[in-house]
Each structure stands twice: as C-alpha cells, then as structure tokens.
Design a protein around this ligand. Structure first.
Ligand code: DHB
Length: 503
C-alpha cells in the first residue's frame, strides 16, 4: 500500500478547526409538512493531511433546540464501496427524520474505490513508482472506514464546542454503507487502525460509538461467497449453470459448514447455532419475519412455501394461550378448517405460520432478482474478466482489481498477499468483536430484507448473532418482503433510537 501524503487538490492544515459561530441558518420541510429550522456547519475537514479535498470533510446540522446532550445521528451515504461526498439532510430519508426528531445530524464524505486525483510533481516525488500526471485512486480499502473513524474523532475533539453529544453517536448506512456503519460500531478504538489514522492527521481521540444502524450490510467478504453458494446453490437458477460454475458452487458451498461452526455461535435461546441446524434457524427467522408482517395485516402467500395453522404453538410458532384446536382428535375438523378441495389436502388457512418450504422460498427470492454470478464477490476468476466492485475495493492506488479470498486466488494460481489480507480484515466488522482490544457499540439495529439477494442471509445473521453472544443489545430482523434497500420503517427505527437514548 502506498503511504498517505499530500497531492494535487490536497491541503495541509496545522490543526483541525471548528468555529461554533460560523453556522448558517437554514430550514427543511419535513416528511409530515412541518418546518424544521437548523444551523448548518459544512466543509469541516476531519484530518489535517487532506489527501482528497472532494471528500474528506463532514457536514453538521443542528436543529433548533438541540443541546450539548442531544444524540448525534451520523449517516454515511456510501454505496457500492464508492466515494461518497458529504451531503445535506434529505427530508425523505433517515437524515431528515433525525433532524425532525431533534437529533444533530452529521453526514461525512468518504473516499471510495472510484475516487481519484491526478499526481502532481510533488506527489510523484513522494511516492515511489508514481509518475506525474498519473491517476491515483485515493479510496481503496480501508480508506472509507479510516475517513469515517477520523470523522468520529473530529466530533469528539470538538464535543465541547459543538452542540450534540459525541458519546451518543448513532451511525446509519445501507449496503456497503451498512458495512461502514457496522465497522464504525464494531471496531471502536481498535489499535490496528491507529497508525493509519495518525498518518492522516486524524484527531488523537477515541472512535467508538454508542449505536449502529445497519441496513443490508455487505460484510464478511472473505466468507460471503461460500455463504452465498451454501444458501443458493440448490436453487433452480444455480442448476442452470455450466459445469465449471456448478463446480465452483459445489466447492464454495462445501466450505461454509466449517466456517460457521468455527464461529461457535449460540442462538438467542442459548443453544448452539451450527451448520447442522443453520437452515432450520434461517427458516425460523423468515417465519418470524413473515408472522410479524401477517399480524400487521400483510398477506403471506402459501405459493412461496408457507403453511399455516389456526392453532398457535406449531413447530416454529410461539405457543399462545387460548388458541382453538382445529383438529379434534378422532373427529372431523369444523367447517372452514377442512382441507380444501382439489388435491391441496394439506393446505390450511390460519393465523399462524407453522412451516416454510425453504427450497420453494429460496426459489421465490431468486425469481424476484437474478442471483449474482459464481463466485458472487471475489468474482475475478480463471481469466474471466468479471471483476466485482469488491475486487476493485481491495485493489491499489493504480486502480488494480485483486482477489481477496484464498478460494478465487488459488483458482488463479496466486495467493492473497499479507497486505491485502490485512485490508480485508480491517474492512470486516466480524474481525474484532470480543478481542478485548476493541470497544464495540452497546446498541445495534440490523435489518436485511427477507428477499435481498445481494448477500446471503447467513452474513447478517452471523453478525447479529456474534454481537448478541458478546452481550450487545441487538435488534435484528430479516425484514419482510424488503429487497436490497435501507432507511425503511422509520417510525420503528426512531422509536428504537428514542428507547436507547432515553434509557
Ligand atoms: C452494494 C451492493 C452489492 O451487491 C455489493 O456487492 C456491494 C455493495 C451496495 O449497494 O452498496
């Protein structure tokens, strides 16, 4: 990896700056038509060695009435591991809602896999192998999380001067941004980032946060391919692959059981979560999700694999007192509870979901959006030019794309270098939980759509379970009928936030 230094568009600052009197008054019409008045502080550079002045600053929005004690809602707009400029609050998303609820809103910019500068003479001189005029990629892994950590440190550095409580930062992001939110929450103060942050001129402060909201986080990239094939390998879509890709699917899927067993996870009831019971656990999580939606009035079709009972306490349903018994021992079930005509003998309409045919359900998920290729993430394989965003993310400042898993590297007759392996580790929120050297956020709100196929269900499930097992407060759901998306069910999210900040 090249060292971080000054370049074209770069600025050296002697010190970080925040001027409490420099805010600009502004207003926003909130989702409900009300006006929210706030003070904006923009272009606050969060490092002293600014390498990329397009991105390395944050914006702060302080609603009227906010105090030093007001929690801070920090939203990253990172998507696709790409660069993300500091933005203004949007009335229609979680930032506008946060402002409306009276929280201080912070939106940092971050470098990403596509951010570039052109090297000038000084830059070329300072960086071996770089020529003047060469395009330099400024945001390859782990730059985005370094920028976000620097932003958090900046907020702590000026906590006394700036409204809002830097001890109560709630991070939020979706997809690759969900990964960033997860990283902010799960890597606080970890020493492996320290030297990199120091070189950037980040404030010498702690960078742990209070809570993290993660929508469909694209994480655990070194194990995401095996999870994907383990889950989706049996679907109709994978059966249609050519023999080479079928073989990849088989080999990758075979790696998942050992990995999941190595995590030594426990379910919320304390029993082990292992490869042997994993599919059943996923089934129970999808049934839980669908049941919540059904209770709220959603139609849950049996055509996608669900079956129902009028009786509480089925194999996967929680027992509820007072449920009626539709099947009277030895007698005929009451009218209306009788099996339907026409060969659908087992079909029942009822209040409770008691089973799910996972094969059918997974085929349904795949029918809503085509699966990724094989491998899904480290997909630059055997000379086929299909580098993924992740292949680029782990590439270097010249814009290379590289393999980051042993599996695909071996297929290409190469190995993953120690430097790349370390970058992968720094980009994975699974890496440090429970290591005794990291301050993990105490509160977590994690959502992954029940028909989101951008990464496989085990990825967020393992993450939520690992956090839960480490004693964290985790609110997790495979959100019913949601595709790959975020910042939804904001009433529910902001109720959860109110609960954790008012405890
Ligand atoms: C995102 C989506 C992906 O499928 C992926 O592999 C990485 C990032 C995103 O939407 O941010």
């Amino acid at each position: 990896m090249f060292s971080i230094g000054l370049s074209v568009g770069a600025m050296a600052q002697n010190a970080l700056v925040f001027d409490a009197d420099a805010g600009e008054k502004s207003r926003m019409t909130a989702y409900d038509g009300t006006e929210v008045c706030y003070t904006a502080y923009e272009r606050l550079f969060y490092v002293t060695n600014v390498e990329d002045s397009t991105y390395q600053f944050l914006n702060v929005y302080v609603p009227d009435g906010a105090t030093q004690q007001t929690p801070i809602f920090l939203r990253t707009y990172v998507g696709g591991y790409m660069a993300s400029p500091a933005a203004q609050p949007q009335a229609g998303d979680a930032t506008g809602r946060a402002l409306k609820e009276g929280y201080v809103v912070v939106i940092p910019g971050t470098r990403g896999r596509n951010s570039t500068i052109v090297a000038d003479k000084a830059y070329a001189k300072a960086h071996k192998g770089v020529k003047k005029g060469q395009t330099i990629y400024t945001g390859r892994a782990p730059k985005a999380i370094l920028d976000l950590k620097a932003a958090i440190r900046y907020l702590r550095h000026f906590d006394k001067q700036m409204p809002g409580d830097a001890e109560r930062i709630i991070t939020d992001g979706t997809s690759a941004g969900g990964a960033m939110s997860a990283l902010m929450g799960a890597t606080g103060n970890n020493p492996e980032y320290a030297a990199l942050l120091k070189a950037m001129g980040a404030a010498d402060e702690r960078d742990d946060v209070f809570a993290s909201v993660c929508y469909c986080p694209i994480i655990d990239l070194e194990h995401a391919d095996m999870a994907y094939e383990w889950l989706y390998g049996q679907t109709d879509s994978r059966r249609a692959l050519d023999d080479t890709h079928k073989q990849y699917t088989k080999e990758l899927a075979a790696q998942f059981p050992a990995y999941v067993n190595s995590l030594n996870l426990r379910k919320p009831d304390g029993t082990p979560l292992t490869a042997d019971n994993y599919l059943d656990y996923l089934k129970s999580e999808i049934i839980r999700s669908a049941q919540i939606a059904k209770n709220a009035g959603a139609e849950i079709p049996d055509s996608i694999g669900f079956s129902f009972t009028a009786e509480a306490g089925g194999m996967f349903a929680a027992p509820i007192n007072g449920g009626i018994r539709p099947q009277i021992q030895g007698g005929r079930p009451p009218m209306g509870m009788r099996p339907m005509q026409g060969g659908m003998g087992r079909r029942q309409v009822g209040e409770y979901i008691n089973d799910l045919d996972m094969q059918k359900y997974l085929n349904y998920v795949v029918s809503t959006q085509a699966l990724k290729g094989v491998p899904a993430f480290d997909s630059q394989i055997e000379g086929i030019n299909n580098a993924s965003g992740e292949n680029e993310e782990f590439g270097n400042e010249t814009g290379s794309s590289v393999n980051f898993t042993d599996y695909t590297a071996q297929k290409n007759g190469t190995t993953v270098s120690d430097a790349i392996r370390q970058n992968v580790r720094l980009m994975n929120p699974m890496s440090f939980i429970g290591d005794g050297k990291t301050t993990v956020a105490p509160h977590w709100y994690i959502r992954h759509g029940a028909r989101d196929r951008d990464t496989a269900f085990p990825v967020p499930v393992n993450f939520a379970t690992k956090l839960q097992n480490a004693g964290k407060d985790v609110n997790f759901l495979l959100a019913w009928n949601r595709p790959h998306s975020g910042d939804y069910a904001l009433d529910e999210l902001f109720q959860w936030i109110a609960e954790i900040v008012n405890q």
